[in-house]
Design a protein around this ligand. Structure first.
Ligand SMILES: C[S@@+](CC[C@H](N)C(=O)[O-])C[C@H]1O[C@@H](n2cnc3c(N)ncnc32)[C@H](O)[C@@H]1O
Length: 122
């Protein structure tokens, strides 16, 4: 039997607006920015990205802007996935970004060049 993840999804549904508000005001959080810089410091141009626990997709979309070819983000929170899809559409990146609802610990994840967990194992 799988783990009950409904409490996590529910908590991050509630957190999502505040997290997005902070991002719109201050940009990516320090850890996300450091992760983007670390990935981009390698020759990752054209790579595929998988972000598990992608939240509203700020880091995933940043890596697409910096040269990744395509990205998949997976998150337990329906509200986060909805926001991430909207962020991708607003940035005209929907064709290269796929955001899906799911449990990264149990889902069949796509093979990817770069796999990221940012602020997920707390
Ligand atoms: C603190 S937030 C960080 C979101 C994003 N990585 C960021 O830095 O803005 C943690 C996120 O991980 C998601 N999450 C936690 N456990 C997960 C799991 N097993 N599978 C998919 N998503 C998960 C939560 O729903 C939440 O959106």
């Amino acid at each position: 039997m799988g783990m009950d993840t409904s409490g996590i999804a529910c908590c991050f549904n509630e957190e999502s607006n505040k997290m997005l508000e902070d991002y719109r005001k201050d940009g990516l959080a320090d850890t996300s920015l450091a992760t983007a810089d670390a990935v981009a410091s390698k020759d990752f141009s054209g790579s595929s990205i998988l972000e598990v626990g992608c939240g509203f997709g700020g880091l995933t979309l940043e890596l697409l802007r910096r040269g990744a070819s395509k990205a998949v983000g997976i998150d337990l929170s329906p509200r986060m996935v909805e926001l991430a899809r909207k962020m991708a559409a607003d940035a005209a990146l929907s064709e290269r970004a796929e955001f899906e609802l799911g449990d990264g610990a149990a889902a069949d994840l796509p093979k990817s060049d770069v796999v990221i967990l940012d602020g997920v194992l707390c």
